[in-house]
Design a protein around this ligand. Structure first.
Ligand code: GTP
Ligand code: MG
Length: 295
């Protein structure tokens, strides 16, 4: 028998949903960071097995929206939840269950879809803390399974995979063999630039950064197939522009170097990355700007 279907990750920001998605797919399909609200759209990662195809849908999770962007992100999650076979609720082992977790749990409790809870980041907590967390989580909703996992240490990741596969309906593969994601290349490139730009920025700035790939073209007759990639990095205020660029352009240069290495690995070709910073005033609250930036 062959099973196939969708498992959707939810949970408050920073709980390790994207890291776990990548661990299950064994490839980086979603960017991660220690800043909250890194993921901004539903990212699909595909696990291929002899007996099953498991499509993971990594989401931004639910949070109380403070901006129009926040509302759009909640809508993305709700729409996604309506279409999946199992919902995976993530809570970190190293932090107490709080209002954000309850908010997420309430949203999924009434769906009628099988729920699996994952206590993430078990490498950061003692056995006793993990046990406490498992009990706390069990009180939040009616879960079919509750599994402690460490995506970073690779603990219990394959057990989780087996559990999720077991909850999928019988069916043929949904994606061609070898496809690990359905993200367009340009979106992955933009995300890699955003990931590099998020590293080391604080406060509100992570939320204010948006990245758009304007152009990706192979340079004609280049012996090693160099690709020219032109990227715009948007911030919300001109004061933020200076922070992103850094003194004498040092920070932006560093972001560009790190992003380029990742993009070269993704595309398998050398890349010339042309990175510009622009101000899109208060884009998180502006419907027109949001549309332009793809939300
Ligand atoms: N030690 C440890 N750190 C982890 C683990 N999983 C995730 N992290 C870290 O936790 C932080 C958040 O991880 P993400 O995967 O980006 O979290 P997320 O839930 O996708 O966050 P949002 O997209 O903002 O909702 C990153 O710094 C990860 O490296 C884990 O198993 N162990
Ligand atoms: Mg994420």
């Amino acid at each position: 028998m062959h099973r196939s279907g969708f498992a959707c990750f939810v949970g408050r920001p920073n709980t390790g949903k994207s890291t776990l998605t990548n661990a299950l797919v064994k490839t980086k399909v979603a960017i991660t960071s220690d800043r909250p609200q890194t993921t901004r759209h539903a990212v699909r990662g595909i696990v291929h097995r002899e007996d099953a195809q498991l499509v993971l849908v990594d989401t931004p999770g639910f949070h109380r929206p403070r901006t129009l962007l926040g509302e759009r992100l909640n809508d993305v999650v709700l729409t996604t939840l309506g279409e999946v076979d199992v919902v995976v609720f993530c809570v970190p082992a190293d932090d107490r269950v709080g209002p954000g977790d309850r908010f997420n749990a309430e949203k999924i409790a009434g769906l009628g879809t099988p729920l699996v809870a994952v206590v993430t980041k078990t490498d950061l907590a003692s056995k006793q803390t993990i046990t406490e967390r498992l009990i706390e989580v069990s009180e939040l909703a009616d879960f079919a399974e509750i599994v402690p996992v460490s995506a970073v240490a690779g603990e219990q990741v394959s057990l989780l995979e087996d559990l999720l596969v077991g909850l999928l309906p019988e069916g043929p593969p949904l994606y061609p063999a070898g496809d690990l994601t359905d993200e367009p290349e340009a979106v992955m490139v933009a995300e890699l630039v955003r990931e590099a730009a998020l590293d080391g920025v604080r406060d509100e700035l992570p939320h204010s950064i948006a990245v758009v790939v304007e152009e990706m073209v192979p340079r004609p007759d280049h012996p090693r197939g160099l690709v020219d990639v032109r990227v715009e990095l948007y911030v919300e205020r001109s004061s933020q522009k200076g922070i992103v660029i850094g003194s004498g352009g040092s920070r932006l240069k560093d972001v560009g170097t790190r992003a380029r290495q990742q993009i070269e690995a993704l595309l398998g070709t050398p890349v010339h990355l042309d990175l510009h910073v622009k101000v899109a005033q208060d884009w998180q609250r502006d419907p027109k700007q949001l549309r332009k930036l793809g939300f």
